[in-house]
Write a protein that binds this ligand. Sequence first.
Ligand code: ARG
Ligand code: GLU
Length: 704
Amino acid sequence: MKKITAFIFLCLISVSIFAKPTPPDEGMWLLQLLKDMNYADMKAKGLKLKPEQIYSINQSSLKDAIVSFGGFCTGEMISNEGLILTNHHCGLGQVQFHSSTEKDYVTNGFWAMNRSEELPNKGLFATFIIRVEDVTKQILEGVTATTTEDQRKKLVAQNIKKVGNKAIENTHYKFEIKPMFYGDEYYMFVTETFNDIRLVGAPHGAIGKFGGDTDNWMWPRHTGDFSLFRIYADKNGKPAEYSKDNVPFKPRHHLPISLKGVKKEDFTMVMGFPGRTQQYITSFAVKRIMDFSNPNKIKIRDNRLKIYDKYMRTSNKVRIQYVAKQASVANAWKKWIGEVRGLKRLKAVNKKEKLENDFEQWTKSKPDNLQYQTALNNIKQAYQDTEKLFLATDYLNEAVFGIEVIDFAYDLSEAETTEAKKNIATAFFKDYYAPIDEEVMAYCLETYYKDIPANLHPDFFAKIQAEYKGDFKKFAAYIFQNSALVSEEKTKKLIESGGDLKNDVAYNLLEEFMAKMAKDIRPTMQKSTSEIELNQRTYVKGLREMQKNKKFYPDANSTLRIAYGKVNDYQPYDGAQYQFQTYLDGIIEKENTKDIYEDYAIPDKLKALYLSKDYGQYGEKGRLPVCFTASNHTTGGNSGSPVINGEGELIGTNFDRNWEGTMSDIMYDPDRCRNIAVDVRYTLFVIDKVAGAGHLIKEMTIKK
Ligand code: ARG
Ligand code: GLU
């Protein structure tokens, strides 16, 4: 996260649209606009609910069953006693926190057999959306045609404070006001946040992470990626900090659960908090992603992962230390690979160029609108101006901050108290293996040296040439021999003695990179980012005017959205057809205990239930369903989101997308983009039959 803030300008790029009308299942829609924009279409596809049953501010509706889980995932209420269902990978941090060698919940799972065994989680929160409002007019008050971009930013910030604070006056609510369409519109989300969220259950690791990184982003899939938490509130049902006296929260709505199963073409919708998409970026931006940004980031992570893997294979201790880091590095790495392939297959650049040509033609009918006429050229220019700087920024994020000790030095320099510094150090060294990082440093510095133009090199690169004859391995060895920050003992001594980080050789590397960035990268990048933002706003505004009959949805920005589509299979490549449903049989087929990451181990209990075919009410014609695919448009942040049928019942929990469809963050393809969900019947089977936590099933509303 902090890297993102350190190089914030990187995040703001973008915009473009398809020439053809929005494909039927594409889109992440704002709930309060549903009635006018999407309802007829949803109904035609099989929705049985009324718009007010999905979003209403006067009566309870589906939205009241949805929470932002910790700000990074989504969760849904599945009982009137505050039970939250989310993904295993969303709750894993908490599960890990409560684990020790004696109580290894990551491996063996955790189940609270009564309320008193549920475990509190400091810092974790769950946020409901109370209402959503279009506040564009109020937020843009005072902005005129001659307002500069800088002035506009200031005015908007002031207005946001004013409007938001007024909206929550005399309540315990909070607010968030977010720009849509690059700031052409603003929406206010009034929220209610609960802070006493307790861990209720997580399946055996071999169920929750079945398939591991090998199956990640892939279909056919067999992961039981779910976990359970519970919201506690004070006696009045209001948010409160953790207390023994708190009681389970009664939500305004909880999702009934359907055991009826799914058929091809069944209507489905996904509600949740998708993080970030870039549907409207130009051909210049797509080209940059496909030709430079993704390939470079992939290359750097490829090498880091190879180094991790080499050490993880030879030491069990190192394997355990690095498994979570490897998973997180591999997650985006694998997504980017799929994204480039998908964009190539879709000929995304051609499609964007065609749209841009249409736009240029159309602007000729607007001879007095200079802004429309110059928007695309201005964007193009800004991309050209920043090509090398952008490259350097990618390398700072991926290569420089990919060196753990540099990242650690940054964290230490940001921490204020000795206590905080010590806590950071303890957490860091628990999972740190210096020989890995030394190799990563040698590789990462060398790749920065080779790939980034000399005028963007930090000064110490000259020293590596002069004193180490360009041998980055030797240089890394020197750093690792002389920095205190690669040893827990030396780091803690340094912190306790109040020693200055500035005397540390590893910290000095960070300093030099930061100085270079501040002087030669950030100023231009900021200017260009602002320029792109302004012109993207104009361009998208123009597109919406040009394509009057097309329905536009704003890019994902971690606000509550609804996507809808249908249960569906797909053709991953010529000659193959995947089915939309997987079964427990597939887990048995995949079993492999020789794999060192134990991606395909199966807990004994699950195997026994398979052999006895004891599936109870969760089976379907003698088989147990595990996961399914549908065409809902989702992205990161939609993890844990409910997949809901036309009657408003829960049928699954979203946790991934297919590899062939990961380009949907930039361009959606109705033929290949699929979201992946755990079938709720598998979730309940694991809770009931594998974990023996049938008391939890009793508090749910089950529809047979
Ligand atoms: N790809 C999914 C997402 O983006 C799941 C990630 C967690 N699983 C893993 N094997 N790393 O979050
Ligand atoms: N696994 C992702 C998440 O954690 C969801 C998959 C996606 O990117 O669509 O949000």
